[in-house]
Design a protein around this ligand. Structure first.
Ligand code: NAD
Length: 527
């Protein structure tokens, strides 16, 4: 039997005091500010009171960070990297407590909360090992090799403002900060109210690992108050959230020509090709659609099946989905947790009701489960979802999957691309070559072959992010750290100027240079 609410309640009550030391790390004076309650989605238990920061608090945090940044940037990269290697170990050592905290704040199942530990630890290790290589100065030949040389240098931008949502309390607060900090920036982080305690707990581990407090300041409070204040002061903005808010962030950043990176919403398709391993693909669809109760930017909301396997696939999919165990367990005994907020539950219920009212068919789920907790909603599968229903094209961000049939591969690809979003896609086939060919035609920042989201997310050397209205910029790999830098080219001229010498007429000089450039263009390595 999974431990149900009654079993975990005593632990809930004790946590509100247990997390107070983390909350005390917020860069907001607790005594003089209003408090905001953070409650557990599982049962509404109070987890803690976080201070409601103001614009003045953001101002102080950015000033503190700015003062500390130049000394931090001057710290040798190996010393900076060592802090993140220690953080990686500390996070793995303390995983049980952090996983519980993530579950309490987000309502997600333990296996989904654990994924956050793994990803954050892997990203910390990746940048600790590779930041030196990504950031090192690079020498380039100029137009006239040996005579001109150029040095490409990467400077930190200064203070990076990070605005994070609630659905990945750990990953989205901290992994972007890791890359920004390793690049020599200071960071002011504004986590979502609902995920602030996890963000502060992660900051506490970073401080314990040796990160100077001033270079990572966490301001807690409402996004619509602190977000604009941070965008107006930061030298670069990293925003993760909805496409709607992302556009507001971009407009505000543009007023000061502040650089930004946006990781936004998705309406992610999964295409099963006729030769796919049907059981593996069913398993993938269930994991991909219902991970984190569907409140995952890269989770699958649209499933495209070929006519030949539609009925068998759908029957297996529904059976697997009905067998999912759902509940508020703080151990690994359930597959599915709760939604995180009443607002998200309302969106899910409204979209499903709208689809059913307009003729969609419910294959399973579709019901709120208040017997388990206030925000539980069953894993839901719909058929007959057509244009005109809100969930046909709008992101649901909940445990709802729409199943569609397709005629041929061209039709499947066209329908996968028939959206303003372009975040993540999944393609299933026994022929990897064929699946990759299909993937190249899908307009998404990531495509997972015979997987749903984990393969691309955990390939830390390779960039991830959104095409179309799913984002601007990328996280992970070289792009995920270089975006927090300003490129500077210092070019050195030797022996002769890039101009006609006094003894040569301009026309003869022009002819000579044209011949030289033509010649150099033929030499591999100098082009
Ligand atoms: P949201 O856009 O409503 O809010 C995101 C954050 O922005 C919140 O913390 C909010 O308080 C803050 N905010 C609100 N107004 C702001 C403003 N004017 N300026 C700056 N910040 C402001 O999104 P949400 O509902 O909290 O999160 C879910 C959305 O995030 C989904 O669309 C999901 O797909 C997306 N998301 C994307 C990724 C990704 O990596 N692409 C990851 C997770 C979530």
């Amino acid at each position: 039997m999974p431990p149900v609410l009654d079993d975990v309640k005593p632990r809930h009550e004790s946590v509100s005091g247990r997390f107070a030391p983390f909350i005390a790390l917020a860069a907001v004076p607790h005594r003089d500010r209003e408090s905001i309650e953070v409650r557990a989605p599982f049962d509404g238990a109070l987890l803690g009171l976080i201070p409601r920061g103001t614009e003045a608090d953001v101002d102080v945090a950015v000033q503190d960070a700015r003062r500390a940044q130049s000394r931090w940037a001057a710290t040798p990269i190996d010393a900076r990297a060592a802090i993140f290697t220690r953080f990686h170990r500390l996070l793995l050592d303390r995983r049980e407590e952090i996983v519980t905290l993530i579950q309490l704040e987000s309502g997600k199942a333990r296996r989904h909360a654990f994924e956050e530990i793994l990803d954050t630890a892997v990203v910390a290790q990746h940048y600790a090992v590779h930041a030196r290589r990504y950031l090192r100065p690079r020498r380039h030949a100029g137009a006239l090799p040996l005579i001109t040389t150029a040095l490409e240098i990467r400077h930190p931008v200064g203070v990076v403002g990070i605005i994070a949502p609630w659905n990945f309390p750990l990953i989205l607060s901290i992994t972007d900060a890791i890359a920004a900090l390793l690049a020599g920036n200071a960071v002011v982080l504004r986590p979502d109210v609902q995920s602030s305690i996890t963000a502060l707990a992660a900051a506490s581990l970073l401080y314990e690992a040796g990160l100077p407090r001033e270079v990572l300041r966490v301001v807690t409070g409402e996004g619509h108050e602190l977000g604009p204040a941070l965008i107006d002061r930061a030298d670069f903005v990293m925003f993760t959230g909805s496409t709607r808010t992302g556009k507001i962030v971009a407009q505000q950043a543009a007023r000061r020509l502040t650089g930004f990176s946006l990781e936004l919403g998705g309406k992610n398709p999964m295409i099963v090709l006729p030769d796919a391993d049907i059981d593996a693909a069913v398993d993938g669809a269930v994991r991909g659609a219902f991970v984190g109760a569907g409140q995952v930017c890269v989770s699958i909301e649209r499933l495209y099946l070929p006519e030949v396997m539609h009925d068998e696939f759908t029957a297996k999919l529904v059976a697997r989905t009905r067998a999912l165990r759902m509940g508020p367990a703080l151990d690994y005994s359930v597959d599915l947790g709760s939604l995180t907020s009443a607002r998200q539950l309302e969106v899910v219920e409204d979209q499903v009701a709208d689809a059913l009212a307009k003729g969609a068919r419910l294959l399973c789920g579709g019901t709120r489960r208040q017997d388990l907790g206030p925000l539980f909603y069953e894993a839901t599968i719909l058929a007959g979802v057509v244009p005109g229903m809100t969930l046909y094209a709008e992101e649901t961000f909940g445990p709802v999957l729409a199943v569609h049939r397709y005629d041929d591969v061209d039709d499947a690809i066209a329908r996968a691309n028939e959206t303003r979003y372009g975040l993540n896609a999944s393609v299933w086939s026994r022929s990897v070559r064929r699946a990759v060919e299909v993937g190249r035609r899908i307009q998404c920042g990531t495509v997972n072959v015979n997987e749903v989201y984990a393969a691309s997310w955990t390939a830390t050397r390779s960039p991830i992010g959104g095409m179309k209205e799913s984002g601007v910029g990328r996280r992970h790999g070289a792009e995920g750290i270089l975006k927090y830098t300003e490129a500077q080219t210092i070019a050195v001229q030797r022996l002769m100027p890039l101009a006609p010498p006094p003894f040569l007429a301009e026309e003869r000089y022009a002819n000579l240079i044209a011949r030289t450039v033509r010649l150099l263009g033929r030499i591999p390595g100098l082009r």
